[in-house]
Design a binder for this molecule. Structure first.
Ligand code: NAD
Length: 486
């Protein structure tokens, strides 16, 4: 069995305890490799190297830093398909997606921040005789903690801005999907990122807890569940670390009576079935105006039955893969059970399609659509994080805005209408950080993303993020004698 290790100070490092965890291919249910857990030796070495790495990296001219990161972008793109295959084996998502989205969008974000880095600057203001200026300085050693749905992309979305701003990073991928981040670390070393600037430590919650409590770490950037985010913020508070929290959601997708129904169906399918439903911004509460309900449902069900190809994720025709784990599959199935028990009508997803023999043990759940849903049903209120769509009817604009906002989450929202004034009016009233009009799911590097309410703190991507990986130093310059009563 192949064994992977932690990546510290520009190379792989053995742990002392020899403890490992197993990684399973979700499409087959079989173990594919094992990974050494970061013990105290590894974690202390990672911190020591990140401190050293920070010194060298933050002192480097920003144009040079940018040039090195751009070389990493090229290598990521050169190795697109190999990296995509790793993501498919770890996550169970289709190669069709991983090879066109996961690596590409990871590389885009590093490229965006590498391009922006030389432009990071402070300001200066005259105060009569005296003046002050500000410097935007890096924070120091940052920690990134990732979820399993977009492992390499998440590592890139955290490393890109952190490193471009001059920080070093210790990254902990999800224990379900540990390989992508190691490949990113290898690439950084290969292109000349100094040793210690990007380290990868492996393990589950205890390794994450070590990072969040560690006094030498200045910031935690976390992607994961709301409940975990709360624990991490509480732990980070003990040393007053800066935090960025990219958490879960239960986002509304609102389809008005004047919408292009074909486009709205595409959005509902993208926002519920892409990555077999394991996307944080998914529009899982699909509010459809009563007057177009039948037309919408007819198209939705016909296209779901005809166009979704669930199966071996490496097959280029497959566009719908396996859920991450047996445990997660059980959780998703229990939400489907609860939906039925609470009175929703299941329109599709009743039976498991026949899959090639090697996939019989995989963690597949077919695309599932429910109608006759109410806002109070458990699966309509809670994040399922699987391919389970709730179709809800509405009559008026005021009603749908109120219902869309009646949730502790606030990650994303979508509106479909041809009425431009209504589009803006509604979007401006929705309490969500990422909104789409006549679109769903696109997340370009330039656009800041993050949650309102319990869906997050801070932002990733876009120029705003530079503010989250730097701190402002004000320098007052006295140009004459001090005015003092003493
Ligand atoms: P999770 O919260 O279970 O785990 C995320 C990471 O946190 C893992 O690396 C895990 O090992 C680590 N962790 C767990 N307990 C910890 C603790 N006490 N201290 C420190 N680290 C700890 O989330 P998941 O199941 O991996 O991912 C799915 C969730 O992620 C969903 O809720 C989804 O909405 C969310 N998500 C959000 C975004 C976003 O950008 N908003 C993106 C992707 C996923």
């Amino acid at each position: 069995m192949q064994r992977h290790k932690n990546y510290v100070n520009g190379k792989y490092l053995d742990n002392r305890t020899k403890e490992c965890f197993a990684v399973i291919n979700p499409a087959t249910g079989k173990q594919i490799y094992e990974v050494e857990i970061a013990d105290d030796t590894v974690l202390n070495a990672a911190l020591e190297s990140a401190v050293k790495g920070f010194k060298a990296w933050s002192a480097m001219d920003t144009v040079n830093r940018s040039r090195i990161l751009m070389r990493a972008v090229s290598l990521l793109r050169d190795r697109n398909d190999d990296l995509a295959r790793i993501e498919v084996m770890d996550t169970g998502k289709p190669f069709q997606e991983a090879s066109t989205v996961d690596v590409v969008t990871g590389a885009d974000v590093i490229e965006f921040f590498a391009g922006a880095a030389p432009g990071i600057s402070g300001s200066q203001q005259d105060l009569g005789r005296d003046f002050y200026y500000t410097r935007r300085e890096p924070l120091g050693v940052c920690a990134g903690i990732g979820a399993w749905n977009y492992p390499l992309q998440i590592a890139c979305w955290k490393a890109g801005p952190a490193l471009a701003c001059g920080n070093s990073m210790i990254f902990k991928p999800s224990e379900e999907t540990p390989l992508g981040a190691l490949k990113l670390a290898e690439i950084f070393t290969q292109v000349g990122v100094p040793d210690g600037v990007f380290n990868v430590v492996q393990g589950a919650a205890t390794v994450g807890q070590w990072l969040t409590a560690c006094p030498g770490i200045e910031k935690i950037s976390f992607t994961g569940e709301v409940g975990t985010g709360k624990k991490i913020m509480a732990s980070a508070a003990s040393t007053l670390k800066d935090v960025t929290m990219e958490l879960g959601g239960k986002s509304p997708l609102i389809i008005f009576e004047d919408a292009d129904v074909d486009q709205a169906v595409s959005a509902a399918m993208l926002g519920n079935f892409y990555t077999q439903g394991e996307v944080c911004t998914n529009g899982t509460r699909v509010f459809v105006h009563t007057s177009i309900r039948e037309k919408f449902l007819e198209q939705l069900l016909a296209r779901t039955r005809a166009n979704i190809k669930m199966g071996d994720p490496m097959d280029p025709d497959t566009n719908f893969g396996a859920l991450i784990s047996s445990e997660h599959k059980k959780k998703v199935l229990s939400y489907i059970q609860s939906a039925k028990a609470e009175g929703a009508t299941q329109q599709c997803g009743h039976t498991m399609p026949t899959l090639p023999s090697q996939n019989q043990e995989g963690f597949f759940v077919p695309p599932t659509v429910f109608t006759d849903c109410t806002d109070q049903m458990t699966f309509v209120r809670e994040e399922v994080f699987g391919p389970v769509m709730a179709v809800l009817d509405f009559d008026t604009e005021a009603e749908v805005i109120q219902r869309a906002n009646a949730t502790p989450f606030g990650l994303a929202a979508g509106v479909f209408t041809r009425d431009i004034q209504r589009a803006h009016r509604v979007i401006h009233q929705l309490k969500a950080g990422i909104c789409w009009v006549n679109a769903y799911g696109a997340s370009p590097a330039q656009m800041p993303v993050g949650g309102y309410k319990q869906s997050g703190v801070g932002r990733e991507n876009g120029l705003e993020t530079i503010g989250y990986y730097t701190q402002v130093k004000s320098v007052y310059m006295g140009m004459g004698p001090l005015d003092s009563p003493f």
